[in-house]
Design a protein around this ligand. Structure first.
Ligand SMILES: *Cc1c(COP(=O)(O)O)cnc(C)c1O
Length: 621
């Protein structure tokens, strides 16, 4: 685990050079260097680093892979794609996305009015916009406004009620005009087949979305009746996120393809596109044998193109344009969340904590001998002896024969022996050793909030790759649990024998140690919650040029007053109250009051994350 599974999840985006993890691009700077540079400007606490070159890589890979599949099968339809805004709506991400995708005719997908406003203002005219999810009359009217601006917009109907509203809004916007303009119409179909995995609820008969076959026929007739068949151009489905297996997609494609062909043959002459939604999975696994995805992007693209071609051939219709709305695949890899370790919590088990006396109880003397003479050859035997002695010593303590110092020495020595034996016997991987790891795990207190920055770990037990930024030439030996700084016991990534994480033994009062969490670019930011009022971390965009890299668009985590303002506290009143209470205090001098006010206002201007908890090292974290 020295490389933290980088070969599984890394996709060649990062490279380990000497003892640091570096960006595998341009001048290949280390994440440590970038982190330190930003911290030197005074930004402490967790940092979210965005890498637009990784967004560009995902978009170009998606388009090139589908182009290749089209060429191989000589497929006639176009390939087009949109980014679903719900995956990440943050401006530093969306602006980078629009910037790097200019040559791809890449658009945006919106699922709410606010997202639609982003799509209407950020999508270049002509690039596709798709609108999914439940809509009211106002949202449908916004789609008409977008169409009249010149946008290439498709509104997907999720139910017959929406279609009625579209017909009504259409007459309000277009009646009597010589040049009526309205959005294109898509229909979301309710699939018989459904996805798999924790996010699978989007497909299948019990899904929240889509029209049944009966409703589809009715929709077709309604469109025909109101002369809107020329607008019906897309069939849409989405089988759920993080699709681990390709099989359900193939089933869904057959279903959707046949619906497309049936409707087209029935008379839906403008029908030209099939939108396969999102769902392309990201490999989050750090561990061999625990991979989350059983297909490659090329296999995915080939299946889509091949199946659409087969169905079109057999039903004698034109090959449809293929649309995708994959979001996780595009966004996940673009950001890295870096957080400083504030403290290690089993310092009491260090050798320096021993309080050996001139004369110790014989069993403790023996433990000490075992520890000092422990070697690979005898490790297992000594380990068993140590565990046995510990039982005896704890009984002796309960019976009053040894004192608290002896008990403390017992705990330290036994833990040191376990730790050393596990290290010496690491090649064996026996279940006994694995169980013992839980006992000696080290707790790393890390300056971040899991609720804010890894909500899917909290809510869905989704694993994210994590590794330190440096010391990568040294094999880490501490089985590690990660504690965040919220006051909630769920804010812990516990040591898990299924997905063991080992970190280095360090003294944070002497040196900095940072953890990086990878693949956090999809869903985590906007789903993140302000539990304990820890906010979105400080973020920056890292771009590359001939001289190296530059750090741009730095946005600091919100300060304390802004956080309270967001909750609709009257911060003027809070400000005045605090000031009044200091000024009116009868316990303190005028001089002291001025000093306290100065400090107070400095703290109010800073964010909630911790500065340091090590008294010895003011400047850290
Ligand atoms: C959520 C969603 C997507 C994106 O799914 P990913 O798994 O992130 O690719 C695409 N289309 C629709 C309709 C969605 O609801």
């Amino acid at each position: 685990m020295k490389h933290f599974g980088l070969n599984i999840w890394g996709d060649d985006n990062f490279i380990i050079q000497n003892d640091t993890i570096n960006i595998n691009y341009a001048s290949k700077p280390s994440l440590l260097k970038i982190t330190q540079e930003i911290r030197e400007k005074g930004y402490k606490g967790p940092l979210l680093l965005r890498f637009p070159h990784l967004i560009e890589k995902q978009i170009s890979t998606l388009f090139l892979t589908f182009e290749k599949a089209k060429k191989e099968f000589n497929y006639k339809g176009d390939f087009q794609a949109v980014f679903p805004l719900k995956v990440n709506q943050f401006p530093n991400f969306i602006d980078s996305l629009m910037d790097v995708s200019k040559s791809y005719h890449y658009g945006l997908e919106a699922g709410s009015k606010a997202e639609l406003i982003i799509a209407m203002s950020k999508t270049p005219l002509g690039a596709p916009i798709t609108v999914n999810g439940f809509k009211d009359k106002e949202m449908i009217s916004l789609c008409f406004i977008a169409a009249k601006m010149g946008h290439n917009i498709t509104v997907t109907i999720e139910g017959l009620g929406e279609l009625e509203t579209i017909i009504q809004v259409n007459s309000e916007f277009n009646e009597g005009l010589s040049n009526p303009i309205s959005p294109k119409i898509g229909v979301r179909i309710r699939l018989h087949s459904s996805g798999i995995g924790v996010w699978a609820k989007s497909g299948g008969y019990s899904s929240k979305f889509g029209l049944t076959s009966t409703e589809l026929l009715e929709a077709y007739e309604m469109l025909n009746r109101y002369n809107l068949l020329d607008k019906l151009w897309m069939i849409h489905f989405h089988i759920g996120s993080q699709m681990s297996d390709i099989a359900p997609l193939k089933k869904a494609l057959r279903e959707a393809g046949n619906i497309y062909a049936e409707l087209k043959n029935r008379g839906a002459y403008a029908l030209e596109a099939i939108n396969i939604g999102g769902g392309l999975a990201v490999e989050y696994s750090q561990h061999e044998g625990k991979q989350e995805r059983n297909y490659s992007l090329q296999e995915f693209a080939n299946d889509v193109v091949y199946l659409m071609q087969e169905i079109s051939k057999s039903k004698d219709v034109a090959e449809p344009d293929i649309f995708t709305e994959s979001g996780r695949y595009i966004a996940a890899s673009h950001s890295v969340m870096v957080a400083p370790v504030l403290e290690l919590f089993s310092q009491e088990y260090h050798e320096k904590g021993l309080r050996l006396k001139r004369v110790n109880p014989p069993l403790i003397e023996e433990l000490n001998d075992l520890y000092t003479s422990l070697s690979r050859k005898h490790a297992r035997e000594y380990l068993h002896d140590a565990l046995d002695h510990m039982e005896s010593l704890l009984t002796l303590f309960d019976l009053g024969y040894i004192d608290l110092e002896d008990r403390s020495n017992t705990e330290i020595l036994v833990n040191l022996i376990i730790k050393k034996s596990i290290y010496l016997l690491r090649e064996e991987g026996s279940s006994e050793l694995k169980k013992l790891q839980d006992r000696i795990q080290e707790k790393y207190l890390v300056n971040f909030s899991a609720f804010q920055s890894l909500p899917d770990f909290w809510g869905l037990s989704q694993q994210f790759p994590v590794m330190p930024l440096h010391k990568l030439e040294t094999t880490p030996t501490n089985p590690a649990s990660i504690w965040d700084i919220t006051c909630d016991s769920d804010g812990e990534i516990g040591f898990n024998r299924e997905f063991p994480l080992y970190l280095h033994d360090i003294d944070v009062s002497k040196e900095e140690y940072f953890l990086a969490f990878f693949l956090t670019g999809a869903y985590q930011e906007v789903l993140g919650m302000k539990h304990n009022l820890f906010t979105h971390p400080t973020e920056a965009i890292i771009t590359f040029n001939n001289d190296g890299y530059s750090v741009d668009k730095l946005i600091e985590a919100q300060n304390l007053m802004d956080v309270l303002d967001d909750l609709d506290y009257d911060t003027n009143v809070i400000d005045k109250t605090l000031k009044y209470r200091i000024e009116e205090s009868t316990h303190i001098s005028k001089e002291e009051k001025r000093e306290l006010l100065g400090k107070l206002y400095l703290f109010l201007s800073e964010n909630s994350y911790l500065k340091t908890i090590q008294a010895s090292n003011e400047e850290q974290s």
